[in-house]
Design a binder for this molecule. Structure first.
Ligand code: HEM
Length: 430
């Protein structure tokens, strides 16, 4: 690193806490900094120096070229007490080994095998959605996505484990402590005083170890994970399985749920797209999982939703050594963030960036690092094909049996996924 490398611009900060008080509204802070400073800026979050980038060139550097100098493990803090050594927290060889072991559970044929499960769970949920005058769609989508991931992983119904839902919600709260939001931190500390909550880890361990020890259904992802062997012929240990299962639930449930909620919002806000999709479905064989993947307008609608509303709007790393990103000096130990939210709304990359225009994905596709809803490089999302398939199957199931309208315009919040708040929808049978 040369002494001539410029430092990143920063907004005005308070002494000691720096920009921490502004992190109460992280999304607002991101947008304002982007307006004032462009694609690269920094924050001082208490003792932590945080560099935020959003140009495609910086994405390429962070996710690909300099990936080995940026740790995913160290970027997280105390949350390891709950998540353990899940895939997202591993680096280097141990990350490579684990990703290889998990991949068979995400093969296309395995994903196709979830087709009927996703359809059935959607149909059951829709029955209760239609009974409500106005449905809190974000909450409803979270419930639906959780049922689907539990059924896919274990071939078990969530109903059999009533406590699991609340416990997983608490895990999300714990994760928010790390997202640097003081109000959540205080809430979490307060929660620790409530009897029973300190046993969260114990209860989750118990749930997972029981599932791991009992014979697994051949239709479950766990069955495949138990069979996987690495290049030395070693299988995943019980502890490794527990950590990966929890990571898959945490990484796969809120993300897919918020993507679905935004998708329902966009289709309610632009009802002409609901009609266009129904038109497309008229000539498709919707009882065939593979044909759902080949529907151009449906895929364009999903891609455009993930562009405007990337559930993971910030990806986080920690610099293992001093380096330069986009020509700016990054000290060792700094957090380095890439920001799909800002990349996807950059007017230099996208015409009419704030507008929902699925048609933009019908022609030539954007360059690899201008569109990163699933990240890129070694840590790219292992669940991408499962998530896309889930969205395709759910939306087709809904479009063929009901229509939905917007009751209340939502606001957006980073929490830690980008979610619509107060999204109220009304579902009616066709
Ligand atoms: C629409 C839904 C989803 C979105 C937008 C999404 C997005 C992402 C992104 C952006 C990353 C990279 C994060 C980084 O660079 O730090 C990631 C990683 C990951 N995702 Fe997803 N994800 C989704 C669904 C899923 C599902 C369904 C699963 C599993 C069931 C899953 C499991 C994971 C895991 C384990 C990682 C870590 C991968 C690694 O470190 O190698 N995700 N996801």
């Amino acid at each position: 690193m040369t002494d001539l490398a410029p430092s990143l611009p920063q907004p005005l900060k308070t002494p000691i806490l720096g920009h921490l008080p502004l992190a109460f509204d992280l999304l607002k802070l991101l947008k304002e900094c982007h307006k004032d400073f462009g694609d690269a800026f920094a924050w001082q979050m208490g003792p932590r120096y945080v560099a935020v980038f959003s140009s495609p060139e910086a994405n390429r550097q962070i996710l690909l070229e300099d990936a080995a100098r940026l740790s995913a493990t160290d970027s997280f803090g105390p949350q390891s007490w709950i998540l353990g050594q899940g895939l997202a927290r591993l680096d280097g060889q141990s990350h490579k080994r684990m990703k290889k072991l998990l991949l068979p559970a995400f093969h296309r044929e395995v994903i196709n095998g979830h087709f009927h499960t996703i359809k059935e769970i959607t149909t059951t949920n829709l029955r209760s959605w239609q009974r409500q005058i106005q449905l809190d769609a974000t909450k409803a989508c979270k419930g639906l996505a959780l049922e689907i991931i539990i059924k896919s992983l274990f071939d078990l119904s969530l109903e059999a484990f009533p406590r699991l839902k609340t416990d997983l919600r608490k895990v999300f709260d714990a994760l928010m402590v790390e997202s640097g939001k003081p109000q959540t931190f205080l809430r979490f500390l307060a929660m620790l005083k409530v009897p029973g909550i300190p046993n969260l880890r114990q209860r989750l361990d118990h749930f997972f170890l029981e599932r791991i020890s009992e014979p697994s259904s051949p239709n479950s992802m766990l069955f495949l994970l138990k069979q996987a062997t690495d290049s030395d012929g070693m299988q995943l240990s019980k502890q490794e399985l527990r950590d990966q299962l929890l990571t898959l639930i945490v990484a796969g449930h809120d993300t897919t749920a918020t993507a679905l909620a935004w998708l329902l919002y966009e289709l309610a806000h632009h009802p002409e797209n609901q009609s266009k999709l129904r038109e497309e479905l008229k000539t498709a064989n919707i009882s065939e999982p593979t044909s759902l993947r080949g529907l151009p307008f449906l895929n364009a609608v999903i891609k455009e939703t993930l562009r405007l509303h990337p559930p993971i709007s910030l990806g986080i790393r920690k610099a293992l050594e001093p380096l330069k990103i986009s020509g700016f000096e990054i000290p060792k130990g700094a957090n380095v963030l890439y920001c799909p939210y800002l990349t996807h709304r950059n007017p230099k990359l996208w015409g009419n960036p704030a507008k929902f225009l699925p048609e933009r994905f019908l022609g030539p596709q954007p360059s690899r690092f201008s569109y990163v809803p699933f990240g890129a490089g070694e840590h790219s999302c292992i669940g991408m094909n499962l998530a896309l398939f889930e969205l395709q199957v759910i939306v087709v199931s809904l479009l063929t049996s009901c229509s939905w309208t917007l009751v209340e315009q939502p606001t957006e919040k980073l929490s830690p996924t980008l979610e619509p708040v107060n999204l109220h929808l009304k579902f009616s049978p066709l």
